[in-house]
Design a protein around this ligand. Structure first.
Ligand SMILES: CC(=O)[C@@H](O)[C@H](O)COP(=O)(O)O
Ligand SMILES: NCC(=O)COP(=O)(O)O
Length: 247
């Protein structure tokens, strides 16, 4: 079974465009949970363009003991204003999972994963601390990545495959090569003892093909397309549609 973790960043984008509290991120989370999702994802960024530190804390209190809570972000981005940094937030709220992503500051969205051979020494102390906090750690990687045994050796339990290139290839009607690269990568990660998550630009259109190609896919985190589709069909119906695809 593949867990659906709904990324609520885009609810916060809409709310922040006017200030105030609407649309309410906790109400959106509640709707997703009632519709059957297995997790909620947020990706706070230092510029606070969408999910803010206080959202991370409020959601943590609301979700505890109900569904998985996945916080994504760059662990090396410096604290800025009242953004305390990803690891500081993890220390405070102890989410189920922390997904480390090598975004640069101000990047419009995530567009690549870690180079495990190059980055592993820098990641090691962070992964150790997060594991000691009781968080599962997942590392964002590109399709085609190698060196998964290095990630397993420092205590990471999962990788998240960056699916942007697959989504783009699917939209162009030529997904085979990108899909095969994801499938090979997933197999290598699983052989190294890691579980495999996936995310970025997954949608109702491209998810079924992806899921069918990746045996043992543990989790997908989906936000941009799902929240967009929810404008037409409603949030609960949209979440149920995704769950149907993942069955
Ligand atoms: C790591 C990843 O692929 C997602 O977290 C994605 O980057 C969503 O972040 P934004 O909503 O900031 O684009
Ligand atoms: N980890 C991917 C994620 O949380 C959502 O990415 P997207 O669906 O907003 O592209």
């Amino acid at each position: 079974m593949t867990l659906l973790s709904v990324n609520l960043n885009k609810i916060a984008v809409l709310r922040n465009s006017r200030g105030g509290h609407e649309p309410d991120i906790c109400r959106a989370a509640q709707t997703c949970i009632e519709a059957g999702c297995g997790g909620i994802t947020v990706h706070p960024r230092p510029d606070q363009r969408h999910v803010r530190p206080q959202d991370v804390r409020t959601l943590a209190a609301m979700l505890r003991g109900r569904v998985e809570y996945n916080i994504e972000g760059n662990p090396f981005a410096a604290a800025r204003g009242d953004y305390p940094g990803l690891i500081a937030l993890a220390r405070e709220v102890r989410p189920t999972q922390v997904t480390l992503v090598p975004d640069s500051d101000g990047q419009i969205t995530s567009d690549h994963g870690f180079d495990l051979r190059r980055d592993i020494a820098q990641l090691h102390p962070l992964v150790s601390e997060l594991c000691d906090l009781g968080c599962r750690v997942s590392l964002f990687v590109d399709a085609g990545s190698r060196d998964f045994e290095l990630a397993a050796a420092i205590g990471a339990q999962r990788v998240e495959i960056y699916t942007g290139p697959y989504a783009e290839a699917f939209a162009d009607g030529q997904p085979a090569a990108a899909l095969a690269a994801c499938a090979d990568t997933a197999r290598r990660a699983q052989q190294a003892g890691l579980a495999v998550n996936a995310g970025h630009d997954l949608s109702q259109a491209n998810l079924g093909t992806f899921k069918a190609a990746i045996p043992g896919l543990a989790e997908v985190s989906i936000g941009h397309a799902l929240i967009g589709e929810a404008l037409y069909e409603g949030l609960a119906t949209t979440v149920r549609n995704y769950l149907q695809i993942l069955r």
